[in-house]
Write a protein that binds this ligand. Structure first.
Ligand code: SF4
Length: 349
């Protein structure tokens, strides 16, 4: 039987709705959800490809590359946890997890005095109100840091609408990038775009960015925005990084690497850190990955535990503009959720 069920796209923090098509319980495609307020039925290629996670699902737990049952993997994790000093154990919770799973991960780390880490595109200390997507669309001037039209196309669409309405767009993005095509001015650095065009901003302007090089960059963005009484919109690469930052303090890349330097046992919940963080992960004696499908980090892990993919999960995300959105499972599954796995581990410690 063909079924269409609504959920949220997990491939960036915009929070687009997406319909998932299944046939006799198997995921076969996506379909526009026309009434969704964020994206009005449109999904970018990354969004449409997000169902691949389900097709490549891990079916077994692994210990030292050998298939084992989940309970054996959990016993192995517990014996590792018991054998290390808690200050050498780091639990990495990612913006790929739901609000509910992040709360479970945080409780687990705090209960056992482990370090808890969150890395969210080098963006730290964002509190208070951020711009809405409507603010972007109605802005008189936009400063865009990063190739947002390429990486987050459904916010890019709002930038194009603003431009059609007469907004000026000043960017720090490569000249060959998609964002460059809609920019009135392109600068060579974050400093340049802020110094050259910060004074042009007014209360209906927005600074959008999807990464920063340092906390100094972020301070400068906030300072320029405050001075002009304009708004900022950090656009994270992971669906629930905004929600994660509301629960766990995000770290800069530098601070995260320093924490990894003192880590002997790393538990990674639902992420692929190796391509993102320039660090010698082989220096950590044990890495445990809890992931729905294999990735570079799980391939380098001594223990791998399969968890529910987003299609099998339910809960809530907080999108880039700070709105909480709930989602339901679109497919039935025997896989365990992050919260269920944590409970199993905690019961054996
Ligand atoms: S813009 Fe982001 S949330 Fe929207 S469909 Fe594309 S990847 Fe998914």
């Amino acid at each position: 039987m063909l079924e269409i069920k609504h959920t949220l796209c997990p491939s960036c923090s915009v929070g687009c709705g997406i319909n998932v098509v299944s046939h006799d319980g198997d995921v076969v495609g996506t379909y526009p959800y026309k009434r969704h307020p964020v994206n009005e039925g449109k999904n970018c290629l990354n969004g449409r490809n997000s169902i691949e996670v389900y097709k490549n699902k891990l079916s077994n737990a692994l210990v030292s590359n050998s298939n084992v049952d989940i309970d054996k993997a959990i016993d192995e994790i517990c014996s590792n946890l018991k054998s290390k000093d808690s200050e050498k154990i780091t639990v990495f919770c990612s913006g790929n997890n739901s609000v509910e799973d992040i709360e479970a991960i945080k409780d687990f780390a705090e209960k056992n005095n482990y370090n808890i880490a969150l890395y969210a595109d080098n963006i730290v200390d964002i509190d208070g109100e951020v711009a809405s997507y409507e603010d972007v669309e109605k802005a008189s001037k936009l400063i865009v840091i990063g190739d947002i039209l390429y990486t987050n196309p459904l916010i890019g669409r709002r930038i194009i609408h603003a431009k059609e309405n007469g907004a000026n767009v000043y960017s720090f993005t490569p000249e060959s990038s998609v964002t460059a095509n809609v920019s009135d001015e392109i600068c060579d650095s974050i400093d340049d775009v802020l110094n050259n065009f910060g004074d042009n901003l007014d209360e209906s302007s927005v600074i959008l960015f999807n990464t920063v090089n340092s906390s100094e960059d972020l301070d400068k963005i906030k300072e320029i925005s405050d001075k002009a009484n304009s708004k900022i919109l950090p656009v994270f690469s992971k669906c629930n990084s905004k929600g994660a930052c509301d629960i766990v303090k995000a770290q800069s890349k530098e601070d995260f690497v320093e924490l990894l330097n003192g880590t002997d046992l790393l538990l990674v919940f639902n992420d692929d850190l190796i391509p993102e963080i320039d660090f010698d992960f082989a220096s950590i004696s044990t890495i445990v990955s809890f992931v729905p499908c294999e990735n570079s980090t799980s391939n380098a892990s001594q223990i791998v535990v399969p968890v529910k993919s987003w299609l099998e999960n339910e809960g809530s995300f907080v999108n880039a503009m700070g709105e909480t959105q709930t989602f339901d499972a679109v497919i039935e599954s025997d896989a365990l959720g992050v919260d269920e796995i944590i409970e199993k581990i905690q019961n054996k410690l």
